[in-house]
Design a protein around this ligand. Structure first.
Ligand code: ATP
Ligand code: MG
Length: 189
């Protein structure tokens, strides 16, 4: 540790596993998840990030995550955009993938081997009805006391918001997309 940086003065306390929701139409939800992973891995914490819907395209974080292995594991379990951007798959295929992703997240959450479980884009999967609300609420109910659970994606369900300890809504004030600027490597993907 560099000499000019003091250790945190915050005394160690027993962990209070939180439910954190990152939602809204502004950019920064998935990157916030990745930021928490970087931070937590710095303490040797084990982080699993299961991605819903995403899975057909390459993103920088897929390789970036490998640099934080084995503490950080990023698992894309989706089939790509649902009903847009040339999607040719039927709803049931997307739904099956999302249900498998939720089952994987649950298994990891209950395994005792993860300190933080991130469900990236799960809010979107729920909004599109790829997974039933009851299954997400059961997951929240079953969360072990010492595990942090992060649910990201636009249009978070009000029942999920009600049960969370932290909810942040990213609000889009400006986005380069509106100026006709395409996605940028390292910033958007
Ligand atoms: P990021 O992965 O960059 O943190 P995000 O997770 O908050 O973004 P998503 O809804 O998952 O946002 O969308 C991911 C992609 O869409 C990113 O390339 C992001 O820049 C882009 N995006 C996010 N918000 C907007 C917006 N309001 N208008 C256009 N594009 C957006
Ligand atoms: Mg995202």
């Amino acid at each position: 540790m560099p000499l000019h940086l003091e250790k945190s003065r915050i005394p160690d306390k027993p962990r209070k596993g939180l439910v954190l929701v990152l939602t809204g139409d502004g950019k920064g939800k998935t990157t916030s998840c990745l930021g928490m992973a970087v931070r937590a891995v710095g303490y040797g914490m084990r982080v699993v990030m299961i991605q819903f819907i995403k899975g057909s395209l390459h993103y920088g974080e897929l390789d970036g995550a490998k640099r934080l292995a084995p503490e950080f594991e990023l698992v894309p379990m989706g089939k790509g955009f649902v009903g847009i951007m040339g999607d040719t798959l039927d709803f049931s295929t997307h739904s099956r993938a999302a249900k498998e992703a939720l089952a994987a997240a649950r298994e990891r959450m209950l395994s005792g081997k993860a300190d933080i479980v991130i469900l990236d884009e799960v809010n979107v999967a729920l909004h599109l009805k790829l997974i039933p609300l009851e299954d997400v609420l059961s997951l929240l109910q079953e969360k072990p006391e010492n595990v942090h659970l992060v649910l990201s994606g636009r249009n978070a369900h009000e029942e999920v918001i009600r049960r969370a300890h932290l909810v942040t809504e990213m609000r889009c004030i400006k986005h380069p997309f509106d100026l006709g600027i395409e996605a940028e490597k390292g910033i958007d993907y």
